[in-house]
Design a binder for this molecule. Structure first.
Ligand SMILES: *Cc1c(COP(=O)(O)O)cnc(C)c1O
Length: 488
């Protein structure tokens, strides 16, 4: 199986690469991304064959059918990372919250957010590739909260990979910060940056673009890779849980094989939703994918009108910070799939030069065959969290954006899977507030919510507050390069 480029080929890079190459060096011609040339088949025969499979068996078969150049033993060991999830027999449990609505909980891994679903096995695969080639990679991440902890956790103590993680000092929750600064491993570096998330991300971009930083890396024989969802190595693991959710509904006799369902996906960089799209395209019986956002609702506009317009927007901070995103990187892969490389390059160039792009009527209706969208503001999310708490289901603010879509966007009476992308413990002050109790910090919120509802705080979150702090560096933008070179 080969991977090709979303914006076409520039005559310098190879026009197609193997999976290993696409994940080690995820940047394609003209700043584009790698996409698979074709997808494995998810027809009824495949699905029926996995009705009683464990998640890992389903995953291994799917990955094998993909024909990627990673040895079976490596894939098996990577998937064994799911054994450390809450329930090793099922890493993604499905909870029924309405007669026709189910929550697939993607947060039962070590950092309590859905990023673990892909980053756990991906981190193992990438490190093994680096070791096999005798190469040394640096992964740099700017995080507003969930990607950082999950990236550090997956690569800790893995040979061949060093990770540097930048976060805005004061811009994350206590739990998220502690998850990063208490990580104890030689190959990890966590740096607080004075400023907000935008400053942090821009600092990282400047550093990665700077010639003398590149020279310093080359002098140390270090290559750069990426662990965000531009890397297809993450996307491939994000197709699998959509298949699993479908099979869970069949197993529970909620649907019969072949019956269509809706998926509701709280979205930012669109990696989760892209996984759902690929599953649908490969044959999984999905009626439509419902995309949800917070007030940073650029995706809602895009799917409703075909306009992707950055010029009229400023990023707003919300209670669902993992979705506070305006430049959503994976819609490019949807564009490529539907409109081809020439048009994708044109649309992406428009976005870069004019700050906006516009689909034609025909393109828009093609997009709407697979997607529909809505958004919820913080007050609506609070009301949803409060309402479900009364029904004894505690959800986080990201998950809460799904419920309006479930209530208003469905055109048919079909069973619906809503994705829960974070455990409430990561956003406990917001959850406490939704339950009518204002608190000053995470410690107090965790205590209050667990004392007043049916949920408890998992050991890895509780333990964070007693763990020694290993990373104390907080620097000004200008000092990041020096700090990085000391680490390397
Ligand atoms: C990353 C994240 C999202 C957004 O997922 P994308 O794949 O980037 O669309 C939603 N919720 C939470 C809690 C996340 O961490």
């Amino acid at each position: 199986m080969k991977f090709i480029e979303t914006r076409g080929n520039d005559g310098q890079k190879p026009s197609s690469v193997l999976f290993s190459e696409a994940i080690l060096s995820p940047s394609a011609s003209f700043g584009g991304l790698y996409v698979p040339e074709k997808l494995p088949n998810l027809d009824t025969t495949f699905l029926e064959g996995h009705l009683s499979s464990h998640y890992k068996i389903l995953a291994l078969d799917f990955l094998t059918n993909f024909g990627i150049d990673i040895e079976k033993e490596v894939l098996e060991a990577a998937l064994n990372r799911y054994d450390a999830f809450d329930d090793p027999s099922n890493p993604v449990p499905l909870s029924k919250i309405e007669e026709d609505c189910f929550v697939a909980e993607l947060y039962h891994g070590p950092t309590r957010a859905f990023k673990d679903m892909a980053l756990q096995p991906f981190g193992y695969v990438l490190s093994k590739l680096a070791q096999k080639r005798g190469e040394h990679y640096l992964i740099m991440a700017a995080t507003s909260g969930d990607t950082g902890p999950a990236t550090l956790e997956t690569f800790k103590d893995q040979e061949g990979v060093q990770v540097a993680c930048l976060y805005p000092d004061g811009g994350t929750s206590d739990v998220q910060r502690l998850q990063m600064v208490t990580e104890d491993a030689e190959n990890l570096k966590v740096i607080g940056v004075e400023g907000n998330f935008d400053d942090t991300q821009n600092t990282l971009k400047e550093l990665l673009a700077s010639e003398d930083f590149k020279e310093e890396l080359a002098a140390r024989d270090i290559k750069l890779s990426a662990a965000n969802s531009v890397n297809f190595g993450r996307i491939i693991f994000q197709i699998i849980y959509h298949i699993h959710s479908y099979l869970e509904l069949v197993r529970k006799n909620e649907i019969s094989m072949g019956e269509k369902i809706y998926l509701v996906v709280p979205s930012g960089n669109f990696g989760n939703a892209l996984g759902a799209y690929y599953a649908k395209k490969a044959g999984l019986p999905i009626e439509k994918i419902l995309i949800t956002s917070n007030v940073n609702n650029i995706l809602t506009d895009w799917i409703k009108t075909g306009a992707y317009d950055l010029t009229s927007r400023e990023l707003v901070q919300t209670e669902s910070p993992a979705m506070d995103i305006l430049k959503s990187s994976n819609i490019e892969r949807i564009m490529f799939d539907k409109f081809g490389p020439t048009r994708t390059k044109e649309l992406m160039d428009d976005l870069a030069t004019k700050g906006k792009s516009q689909l034609t009527e025909k393109e828009l209706s093609s997009l709407q065959e697979d997607f529909t969208a809505s958004y919820s503001d913080d007050a609506e999310c609070e009301a949803v969290v409060g309402a479900y708490a009364k029904k004894e289901y505690i959800m986080d603010p990201h998950t809460a954006t799904c419920m309006k879509a479930y209530e208003t966007l469905r055109e048919k009476n079909l069973k619906t899977v809503v994705y829960s992308t974070a455990e409430w413990t990561k956003f406990s002050p917001s959850v406490a507030k939704s339950l009518g109790h204002e608190v000053k910090d995470d410690t107090e919120a965790l205590k209050w919510v667990s004392a007043n509802t049916n949920v408890s705080v998992p050991a890895m979150i509780e333990g964070l507050f007693a763990k020694p702090i290993k990373h104390t560096v907080v620097v000004k933008k200008e000092d990041i390069k020096g700090e990085m070179l000391r680490f390397l």
